[in-house]
Design a protein around this ligand. Structure first.
Ligand code: COS
Length: 369
C-alpha cells in the first residue's frame, strides 16, 4: 500500500471477498438462527482460510478482510471478528500449551471463542470490573457476572478478565482462559436490536488454576487493552464496509428512481448529499487504513490512532446509513431491506469495544501526555 491507495493484489483480494460474502457466506448467514452462534458459518470461514488469515495477517489485512466481508454480509464479518477478539489474548499472552491446544481449533472454525470483559457495573470503566477471583488452593474461584458478551453463552471458551487484587484498579486484573463446560459457569441470551449472538455469563465459584492464566496474574488489563488496540481500527473497517454498501445502494437508487420529472440524482439536494456521504466514507477509510498501517509498522501512538479510526468511522457510518435511509424513503424501513438491516447493525459499533466517548478520552490522554 502507498500512503493513499491499495495495490492491485489488495484490490483483487477485496473484490473476491465481497463476492464470497454476498454469495456463499450470505446464504449460510441467512440459514442461521438469529441471536445464536452460526456454526456452519464459522466453519466455512475456517475452510476458506479466512480465520487463518485473521491470525497470520497484520492489522491492515484484518481491516481489508472486515471491510470487504461487511460490504456483502455483516453476519460473516462479525463471526470472523469475534473469533479474533475472543482468541487474541491467547495469541498474545498464551503459553505454548494453551495455544497448541486451542488455536488450531479456532482457526479451523471448530472452536468458538469469546472475549469477556464487560460487566453489568463496568463497561466504559473497564478497570472497575468486579468479577471476583478468590484464592483457592493453588488457584482461584471466580464469582460474579459478565454482561453483553458476544458469542455467549454458545462459545466453547471465554477469555475472562477477573479481579485478583482488590483496590488495585487496572493493576489487579488477571486474564483467564475458561472453557464453556467449567463447573459453576452458566449463561443466558440477550435479545438485541440487531440479531447478534450475545449474552450474559454467571460465575458461581468457577475454579481456575495457574494453567488457565493468560499472561501473568494482575497483568490482564494490558492484555485486554492490547487486544482492543488491534481490533479498534478494524471495527472502523467494519463500519466503512457498511457505509460503502449503503452508499452504493443509494447511488443505484437515486439513479433509477424518478420524481419531479427526472431521476433523483438530478436534484442538487440529493446529489450533494450523496457526494457528502462518499467523501466522509473515503475519509473514514483512509483513517482506518492509516491507523492499521501504523500498527503494522510498529509506529508510536497506536492507541490514539486506533481510537481516532474507530471513532470517526463508526460515527461516519451512522451518518451515511441514516442519510441513505432518508434518500431511499419508506422502502428502506421495510423489514428485509438492506438498509433496514444496516440501520440496525450500524448502531452498536459506536458503543462496543470502547464507546465514542472512550475513544475521545484515549485520544485526549495521548495529546496531553
Ligand atoms: N493500550 C495499552 N495500554 C493501555 C491502554 C491502551 N489503549 N489504555 C490503558 N493502558 C494501560 C496504561 O498504560 C496503564 O498501564 P500501567 O498500569 O502499566 O501504568 C493501565 O493500562 C491503566 O491505564 P489508565 O489508568 O489510563 O486506565 P483507566 O482506568 O483510566 O481506563 C480506558 C482507560 C477508559 C481507556 C479503558 O478503561 C477503556 O478502554 N475502556 C473501554 C473498555 C472497552 O472498550 N470495553 C468494551 C469491551 S469489548 S466489547
Amino acid at each position: 500500500m502507498t500512503a493513499f491507495a491499495l495495490d492491485p493484489d489488495q484490490r483483487k483480494w477485496c473484490a473476491e471477498l465481497r463476492t464470497l460474502a454476498a454469495e456463499r457466506l450470505g446464504s449460510l448467514a441467512a440459514a442461521g438462527e438469529p441471536g445464536r452462534v452460526n456454526r456452519p458459518l464459522v466453519a466455512a470461514l475456517g475452510e476458506l482460510g479466512l480465520l487463518e488469515r485473521l491470525f497470520s495477517a497484520g492489522a491492515l489485512d484484518l481491516c481489508l478482510l472486515r471491510e470487504s466481508l461487511a460490504y456483502g454480509c455483516t453476519e460473516a464479518e462479525t463471526a470472523l471478528a469475534l473469533q479474533g477478539l475472543g482468541s487474541y489474548a491467547l495469541v498474545q499472552a498464551g503459553t505454548a500449551d494453551q495455544r497448541e491446544r486451542l488455536l488450531p481449533e479456532v482457526i479451523a472454525g471448530r472452536a468458538v471463542a469469546a472475549f469477556a470483559l464487560s460487566e453489568p457495573g463496568a463497561g466504559s470503566d473497564a478497570a472497575a470490573l468486579e468479577l471476583n477471583a478468590a484464592p483457592d488452593g493453588g488457584g482461584w474461584r471466580l464469582t460474579g457476572a459478565k454482561c453483553w458478551i458476544s458469542n455467549a453463552p454458545d462459545a466453547d471458551f471465554y477469555t475472562v478478565f477477573a479481579r485478583t487484587t482488590e483496590g488495585a484498579g487496572a493493576r489487579g486484573i488477571t486474564a483467564f482462559l475458561v472453557p464453556a463446560g467449567r463447573q459453576g459457569l452458566t449463561g443466558s441470551r440477550l435479545d438485541m436490536l440487531s440479531p447478534h449472538p450475545i449474552g450474559t455469563l454467571d460465575f458461581d465459584g468457577v475454579p481456575v488454576g495457574p494453567q488457565d492464566v493468560l499472561g501473568e496474574p494482575d497483568r490482564g488489563f494490558r492484555v485486554a487493552m492490547n487486544t482492543l488496540n488491534l481490533f479498534r481500527p478494524s471495527v472502523g473497517a467494519f463500519a466503512v464496509g457498511m457505509a460503502q454498501a449503503a452508499l452504493d445502494a443509494t447511488i443505484g437508487h437515486t439513479s433509477r428512481r424518478t420524481a419531479f420529472g427526472g431521476p433523483l440524482k438530478d436534484l442538487q439536494a440529493v446529489a450533494h448529499q450523496v457526494a457528502e456521504m462518499a467523501t466522509r466514507t473515503e475519509a473514514a477509510r483512509l483513517l482506518v487504513h492509516a491507523a492499521a498501517a501504523a500498527c503494522d509498522a510498529g509506529d508510536p501512538g497506536i492507541a490514539k490512532r486506533s481510537a481516532m479510526a474507530k471513532l470517526f468511522a463508526t460515527e461516519t457510518a451512522q451518518y451515511v446509513v441514516d442519510t441513505a435511509v432518508q434518500l431511499h424513503g419508506a422502502r428502506a424501513l421495510q423489514r428485509g431491506h438492506l438498509l433496514e438491516h444496516l440501520y440496525r447493525e450500524v448502531r452498536a459499533p459506536r458503543i462496543y469495544e470502547g464507546a465514542t466517548e472512550v475513544q475521545r478520552t484515549v485520544i485526549a490522554k495521548e495529546l496531553y501526555a
